[in-house]
Design a protein around this ligand. Structure first.
Ligand code: RTP
Ligand code: MG
Length: 151
């Protein structure tokens, strides 16, 4: 079925521990995006390594994988116009000094290794990550009954 752009957005273990799930889900909802899948789970080491495969070999890779597998995450798929790029804007930059107030990281974080949330960095990454974390049958396509402000 045809749908507009989708992104894989995940609240990391620190965001779950700090009880920011509602706050973050609310920001995406209010912006006008549609939630099409969500689940809470503790990722396996294998899944975390696959997810962050592009960083394999970097000095922070092991601690990144350890962190992501340290407890439950809240994995989601969000849908809507330009969700990949807009999602990254809403999340804020990787480096705490560069993450502006008003963004999720800029409002809630000060540590590059404890940065609350992940968002796909391109449409290709989104497609890869959605396949990695979700089965196709768990993605819920739906249309708002009240048309107008949700794309
Ligand atoms: P993410 O993939 O988690 O959404 O974060 P991102 O795109 O903003 O940043 P990325 O470059 O993909 O890095 C993935 C995660 O690795 C940790 N990191 N640590 N110590 C460091 O210099 C360093 N650089 C990156 C961060 O936790 C980042 O979210
Ligand atoms: Mg990244």
């Amino acid at each position: 079925m045809e749908h507009s752009e989708r992104s894989f957005i995940m609240i990391k273990p620190d965001g779950v521990q700090r009880q920011l799930i509602g706050e973050i889900v609310s920001r995406f909802e209010r912006r006008g995006y549609k939630l099409v899948a969500a689940k809470m789970m503790t990722p396996s080491v294998q899944l975390a390594k696959q997810h962050y495969a592009e960083h394999d070999g970097k000095p922070f890779f092991e601690s990144l994988v350890n962190f992501l597998t340290s407890g439950p995450v809240f994995a989601m798929v969000w849908e809507g116009k330009d969700i990949v790029a807009t999602g990254r804007k809403m999340i804020g930059k990787t480096k705490p000094l560069e993450s502006d107030p008003g963004t999720i990281r800029g409002d809630f974080g000060i540590d590059v290794g404890r940065n609350i949330i992940h968002g796909s960095d391109s449409v290709d990454s989104a497609n890869r990550e959605i396949k990695l974390w979700f089965h196709a049958e768990d993605l819920n396509s739906w249309k708002p009954v009240t048309q107008g402000w949700i794309y």
